[in-house]
Structures are given as C-alpha cells and as structure tokens.
Ligand binder design. Sequence first.
Ligand code: AMP
Ligand code: MG
Length: 315
Amino acid sequence: MKTLVTGSPAEAAELIKKGGIVAFPTETVYGLGANVFDADAVAKIFAAKLRPADNPLIAHVANLAQIAELTVEIPQIAQKLIDQFFPGPLTVVLKRSDAVPPIATAGLDTIGVRMPRHTLAREFLAACGTPVVAPSANISGRPSPTTWQAVIEDLDGRIDCILQGEATEIGLESTVVDCSAQPPVLLRQGSVSIEELRRAAPEMAVYQGSHGDAVRSPGLKHKHYSPRAEIRLVDPWAAISGSDLENTAYIGLTLRESEFAKVRICSSAEEYSHELFEFFRECDRLKIAAIYCERIAETGIGAALMDRLRRAAER
Ligand code: AMP
Ligand code: MG
C-alpha cells in the first residue's frame, strides 16, 4: 500500500470516509484513526500496528454532541470532567452504546472518549463527520510518535495516509479516567495530573492493578514505549561510570559531564516529556545500546513521565 502524506485535513478525512486508516497529529502524540462505526476499518488499525486485540482504542470526537453517539449515559462526575478538561489531553471511559462495534473496545462494555484541542486534529475530525478511534500511530510496543517522520518510520506502506503536522506539543499520551463506576479511577497518568483531577473530583482513586489484572484497563498490561536500547533509570546525582559510556546516552534535568554518545538536558519536566519519545527513537537510529534516564519528582506531568520510564524499562 502507498501511504499518502498530506497537509490537507479534508483530503485525509476523505480516506476515513472510504474505510481507510489515517495517522494524524494531536496535542499528545500522533494517532492512527479509523471510523469507529466501521468494524473493518478498525480491524485495519490492529493489523497495521500489530496491536493485541485485547487492547481497547480511544474514540476521538470533534464536538460534545458526538459523545452521545458513543455512550449510553454520562454520569455527573464525567460531565464535570468533560466541562472542565474538554477539549484537551483527558480521556474519560464511559459505558458504550450498542452502535460501537466490540472490536473498537476490545470487547469491553465501555469506551474511552477524548476531544483533542489541537487545531489540525479538530479540523480533521470535523471533516470526518464521525468519531474516530485512534491508538498511538506506532508499531505496538514502540515509543509513541511525536513527529510525522516517526509515523513514517514505523508505518510507511502499512496505512493509507499521514496528515502532516508539527511535532506534538505534550509528547505523552492522554490521561485516562474510568468514569463508568464509582468512584472514578485514574487508569493512566498524563499531562492532566492527579492533583488537577482531584480538585474537580476529590474522590478520584488511582488504579493499582498489577500486570496480571486485565479487568479495568487491559492495555496497561502490554509492553509499551520501548526503544531497542536498554533503559536504565538513575537518580539525579548518581555516579555513572564504566568504560561502556561510549555507546550509551543520557536524558534528564541535571547537567552531566560524562562522555555519553548522546546527551539531552531538559529545563523542565514538560520539556523532558516533550523530548522523551523522540530521544528514544533517535538513540535507536544511532544504535545506542543503553539510555540512562533521570528519575524526576512525581508531581504534575512528572508522574506520567515516570510511569512511561518505568514501563519502557521493563523488558
Ligand atoms: P493508546 O491508544 O495506545 O494510547 O492506548 C489507549 C489506552 O487507553 C489503552 O491501552 C487502555 O489502557 C486505555 N483505554 C482505552 N479504552 C479503554 C476502556 N474502555 N477501558 C479501560 N481502558 C481503556
Ligand atoms: Mg500506544
């Protein structure tokens, strides 16, 4: 298959309407989209990404009215989160309507819903005229793409189209909150932090499931975010020594004077998050063997960053 690269949201949306799959930028990472109501198109996403069938997709909407097409009810707490955080990098999980084909939600009776705030994403979704399910536009297990070139790297020839935009603003995937039961549960950390969520919903719980617990958020049990290089988490001032620095890299907030092959010092947790996945990919291009990643405080987006680092470090 030839993958069309276009800057036109209308042209990209035409391919969605014809049952194709299209990568598009959002404020979090690039997504790989299909019409939520077209089961054959949704199946193409799983095939292109080599994504396990038990990992549910998030439906992206252009406006609040589309949420009603996907769900049976919006509980009060979900409505509060929607009022406060939509459009933006928050996904709410709600009871799904029967119109949604089971393949889109990995057979669950719930569906994750998000309204991006990214201008090009919104133009694209509006032109599609339907909610669009989209996981991150990478081969399953790899770091999420934050540039259209990273999408090419993983999916060229496997998808119909890439809607070409800038590098994504946040660089980590959306925060996911399950609102289908009481109390609401934070399933996945993101740039909307637990501190912000608890200001809106003080009863918010945090998911503590282990790898084996597939019930609440099946996707969390899969291998994720991994470059080919080995990930080693280090404390800010920990000594890193040895003769093997030559083929290693470092990313963090604290200045280092060692002889790493590649170093990225960021000035904030936000910049670290923005850079992380592209740094992973760049290290793979350079055939770096190991990447030292500095641990940071788990407040604000730091919690999401540390979650991704821990998962990336799992082998
Ligand atoms: P990705 O599209 O790669 O960012 O992955 C989406 C993630 O959102 C999944 O791996 C799940 O962890 C979570 N998710 C999406 N839909 C649901 C749902 N209906 N119930 C629970 N978790 C969900
Ligand atoms: Mg993903």
